[in-house]
Design a protein around this ligand. Sequence first.
Ligand code: CAA
Length: 301
Amino acid sequence: MMNQTMKKITIIGSGTMGNGIAHLFAQNGFQVNLMDISEDALSRALKTIEGNLDRQVKKEIISQQDKADTLSRIQTHTDLKQAVSQAELVVEAASEHIPIKLKIFQDLDSLCPSGCILASNTSSISITKIAAATKRPKQVIGMHFFNPVPVMKLVEIINGYATSAETTQKITQTAQTLGKVPTVVNDYPGFAANRILMPMLNEAFYTLYEGVAGVSEIDTVMKLGMGHPMGPLQLADFVGLDICLDILKVMHQGLGNPKYAPCPLLINMVEAGHLGIKSGIGFYDYAAGNKASIVAERFRQ
Ligand code: CAA
C-alpha cells in the first residue's frame, strides 16, 4: 500500500546504493528525484536501474508495464535546489567522507521544505553528528539499506540522539511500504548490522593473513558450513574493501576496543587500490573474469 504521508522522495547520490534506493522507491509508487553532481553518473545509474528491472521482468517478479512505470517515476537532477524543492523525504547516499556529508546536510537543511525528513544511508557516520549539522535534528534519521537494495529485506533504522518518535514512526512505516523489514537501533559506532558483520569479515581477513586458510577455503567454510550466501572475502569484495576499512576505523576509534582494529592485510590492500569488485581486483580477480585466490597464492610463496 502506498504511504499516505510521503510521496515525493529525493535520493542524493546515484552510485550502487543510491540507484538501488531510487529503483526501490520508484517501483513502490513514489515520485523519485535522483540527484548527483555528475550527469555521467546519473546516466550510468539509469542504465543500471533499467538492467536490474530487466532482471526482475525476466524472473517474472514484475511486468514490462511495471518496468516502464518505475522508470517514468524517476527524474534526474544535478541541481540540489531543484531536486529537493518539494521533497517530503530525502535519503542521502552520497560520500562517506565526514566533511562532505556534513556540508550536504547543511545544504539540505537550508533548501528542503521545513517538514521534510532527512535520512542518511550512511554505514558508519554518526547520525547524531549529521543531525547536529542541521537545525532540524528531530527530523534526521539513519535509513540504512543493504546491497543489492531491491533484494535485501532489511532496513536498519538508526535513531540519532535527538531523533523524534514521530520521525522514527514515519520512516518505519515508509520501509514497510517498500516491502522491507525495518529494524530500529540506536546510534553507536557500526550501529547493529556492521557492529556484527565487520568483526566477522575482519576475522576472515586475519584468518587469511595468519595463514590459517586460503581465500577459497575461508569462503567455502562460511558458505557451506554456516549457510551464508557469500563467503566473507567475497562479501568484502562486494561491499568494497575501502568501505570495510572505513567502518572498522570508525568502530575501532569510537568504541575504543583493540578487537575492532582493521587487519593489516586489509589496510595494505586498500592502499594498493585493490578495493574488490569496483576496482576489478580484491581477494578475487574480476578483471580477468577469474576467481583465483590471488592473495592466498601470494601468501604461499
Ligand atoms: N536488483 C534486482 N534484483 C537483483 C539484483 C539487483 N541489483 N541483484 C540480484 N538480484 C536478484 C536476482 O534477480 C535473483 O532473483 P531470484 O531470487 O528471484 O532468482 C536474486 O536476486 C538472486 O540473484 P542471483 O541468482 O543473480 O545470485 P545469487 O543467488 O548468488 O544472489 C545475492 C546474489 C542476492 C547478492 C546473494 O549472494 C546474497 O544475498 N549475498 C549477500 C549480500 C549481502 O550480504 N549484502 C549486504 C552487504 S552489507 C551492506 O550492504 C551494508 C553495509 O553497510 C556494508
